[in-house]
Design a binder for this molecule. Structure first.
Ligand SMILES: O=C[C@H](O)[C@H](O)[C@H](O)COP(=O)(O)O
Length: 82
């Protein structure tokens, strides 16, 4: 599974959880693509496999925080604007 991870506290918690789940054997074969130096350093220090979009252009999951969320409901459809 290829996961792209952003920056900030949400991404930090996500990396910690990924590491924990890898240690528990509940996640396997994770390739992480960090979008910031902080997340890159955290993943490197935990030994999580790193890559980049050039090598892995197809992602399975993206995790990042958001500063603001606005929910627009129109015609019964909810759209989350970040
Ligand atoms: O560049 C900042 C990113 O978009 C962050 O994900 C955003 O600022 C939210 O940060 P945090 O997860 O620390 O609330």
């Amino acid at each position: 599974m290829v996961i792209i991870l952003g920056t900030g506290s949400t991404a930090k918690h996500a990396v910690d959880l990924i590491y924990y789940l890898l240690q528990q054997g509940k996640l396997k074969e994770i390739i992480g693509i960090p979008t910031s130096k902080q997340t890159h350093q955290q993943m490197l220090s935990l030994g999580i496999s790193l890559s980049d979009l050039g090598s892995h252009p197809t992602l399975d999951l993206a995790i990042d925080g958001a500063d603001k969320v606005k929910i627009l409901v129109e015609n019964g459809v909810a759209i989350w604007l970040f």
